[in-house]
Design a binder for this molecule. Structure first.
Ligand code: SAH
Ligand code: SF4
Length: 337
């Protein structure tokens, strides 16, 4: 099988392309990261070299399977990976300069949160660094320069930390600032500690959603192996080492986690952390149930009341705009097969 080059940094390219000189590796890196999909188009390489490279290597391993665009400017791409499994990746635009790529790290997800479509799919496999980078490249083909990255697509990033790290190293090489990269986790304590110890620098978000233990266990089964106190300790450790504000995300599920006791538990979890709470009204996914009853979107008044409760308890709140609903490209709606 041909080796895929998209996920390699210049130094790694140089090694794999040995005995080609380093400047050739740099040229090839620039072409690949600029969006060129095949070697024939690399016009500053001698023709025989282009042919030789094409015989041994592939620029990208994934192929575009589908592209959907929402009226709000959100774009969702479906990619087919080696072996036939499909994943989705999303680009969010704010209408100005800011273009945010939302990247997946796994096909499906083993965490099984009851409110998430990806969770309902189950787990297929981890993505390689190249497959993570290629999502970025395919989105760039359509939209030009991408300014921000959120690792909030399909999968639990901290269950695939080494490949994610490799992809992040490549984004660093491209000059994307760590301040513009957010990784969201459903709560893998060991992974958070590992990030604290070894980096790379980035913005960290924890999908808390429920801070009452029994409720969180029922909504997010990962709580059984990563209990809330352990998670909180890992976050304190992270902040001690990294000195950086974190985000606590809370998906608001109509009638389930928006009461006074939920707000109190959330506030007490956040106390002592330097955190901002991001409220995300649940995006509808058909067929998902909790304790035998279909999930529903929270009402506007319900969201407002919950935000007020949190603010009265001294928390800072942000609300996430809903984008991509029309193409099922919003949070928790990703699920190619
Ligand atoms: N697996 C990681 C990152 C991907 S999920 C995580 O769970 O953090 C990205 C965000 O979408 C998470 O905060 C998750 O809680 C949220 N989410 C999942 N399903 C959702 C849905 N149906 N509506 C709104 N947000 C959802
Ligand atoms: Fe996995 Fe995140 Fe969905 Fe939970 S919310 S199932 S961790 S992708």
């Amino acid at each position: 099988m041909k080796t895929v080059l998209s996920g390699l940094k210049p130094a790694e390219l140089e090694k794999i392309l040995n005995p080609l000189p380093a400047y050739r590796a740099k040229q090839i890196f620039a072409w690949i990261q600029g969006g060129t999909k095949n070697f024939e188009e690399m016009s500053n390489l001698p023709l025989p070299l282009r042919r030789e490279l094409g015989e041994k290597f592939l620029v990208r391993g994934s192929v575009l399977a589908d592209c959907l665009e929402d009226s709000d400017g959100t774009m969702k791409l479906q990619l087919e990976l080696t072996g036939g499994v499909k994943i989705e990746t999303v680009l969010l635009s704010d209408g100005n300069e800011r273009k945010t790529a939302c990247l997946s790290t796994q096909a499906g997800c083993p965490a099984g949160c009851v409110f998430c479509k990806t969770g309902a799919l189950g787990f297929r496999r981890n993505l390689s660094a190249a497959e993570i980078v290629e999502q970025f490249l395919f989105l760039q083909d359509y939209c030009g320069a991408i300014s921000n990255l959120v690792i909030m697509g399909m999968g639990e990033p901290l269950y695939n930390l080494e490949e994610l790290r490799r992809a992040l190293a490549l984004f660093k090489e491209r000059g994307i600032s760590p301040r513009r990269i957010t990784v969201s986790t459903s709560g893998v304590a060991e992974g958070i500690r590992d990030l604290a110890d070894k980096g790379p620098p980035l913005r960290l978000a924890l999908s808390l959603t429920a801070a009452l233990t029994e409720k969180r266990k029922a909504l997010m089964p990962i709580t059984k192996t990563n209990p809330l106190p352990l998670l909180r300790e890992a976050l304190l450790y992270y902040q001690e080492k990294r000195r950086q504000r974190i985000t606590l995300e809370a998906v608001l599920l109509g009638g389930i986690n928006t009461g006074e006791a939920d707000a109190e538990a959330l506030a007490s979890f956040a106390r002592g952390l330097d955190a901002v709470v991001n409220l995300i009204p649940w995006n509808p996914v058909e067929g998902l149930k909790f304790q035998g009853r279909p999930l529903r979107e929270p009402g506007a008044a319900e969201c407002r009341a919950f935000a007020d409760m949190l603010e009265r308890k001294g928390l800072s709140i942000t609300r996430r705009y809903r984008k991509g609903l029309g193409i099922c490209g919003a949070c928790g709606q990703l699920g190619a097969v």
